[in-house]
Design a protein around this ligand. Sequence first.
Ligand code: FO1
Length: 323
Amino acid sequence: MNDSPARKILALSGGVGGAKLALGLSSVLPPDALDVVVNTADDFTHLGLHISPDIDTLLYTLSGQNNQELGWGLAGESWQAMDALENLGGETWFRLGDRDLATHLWRSQALAGGLGLAQVTNELATRMGLSTAVHPMTEDSVRTAVHSDEGELPFQEYFVRRQCQPCVSGFEFKGIEAAKPNPAVMRLLRSEQVAGVVICPSNPFVSVDPILRIEGMYHALLAVDAPIIAVSPIVAGMAIKGPAAKMMAELGMPVTALAVAEHYAEQYPGLLNTFVIDQSDATLASDIRSIGIDVAITPTIMKTLQDKQQLARFTLGMMEFQA
Ligand code: FO1
């Protein structure tokens, strides 16, 4: 009989792109074999409510409730609360659907009642029927500030209100020095249960960097005796979703999967074992290998569930995961 604890995969994720691969992973892994640590630097307080956009994208996607057209929020949404708020002259630039509003009300009340963000997220995941563990990277406040040609902008002001139009020159994660990592994630990393780590194809600068910069996270990952595999969010010079490509151009970087691999290699030396790139970027493989990171090539664009599962199986195949 094998008494050793079940092996697990840990994924690091931002919103939409990360959630797609997390869904692929959760649908091919046994129940309880996937843990996802999620960026919370996009969180903010709006209309008095605590909004956790990336956590909610994960919860809604993994529970099959996500709004695929919008890329955020819930499917089949209605907007009566926003319409009523508009009639009152309230702020409606950040749109909270009627059903989505229930999540923010529930979370905000639970936080006000003294629960931490990790426990609140855990409760929401359970109530949505998930067997995947969804962990906020920290329970402390970390807030991305975007440095731009319009000055410093809070992340959602840049992303939603200004539609990513300002030209960016850098990012600051306010509160990150004081933020403590989520203890459940650190326990898992030290447990010898981790069979592999997947850095999902999320925005490297505003989704993955905040997670990796939380105190102790990079070193705990380095100490894990399992492969760490990142999937490129840049394919053929474009971001599949979101402003990553625009940001790279504005930061003076080439918009390539190679530049993403270089970013990870420079900021987090020795972290990545393998970088997964799309088949359309196969010519970049030798340059990526020359910076000391192994390369794996496969279709990475995830439109259907089959695409997500294919990429998940391909990634797990490099981890000798024993289900
Ligand atoms: N993104 C938008 O572009 N417009 C919105 O009005 C909007 C509302 C919104 C409400 C709840 C939520 O959880 C996410 C929401 N998002 C919206 C998405 C979001 O803020 C960004 O996609 C992420 O922060 C980037 O990962």
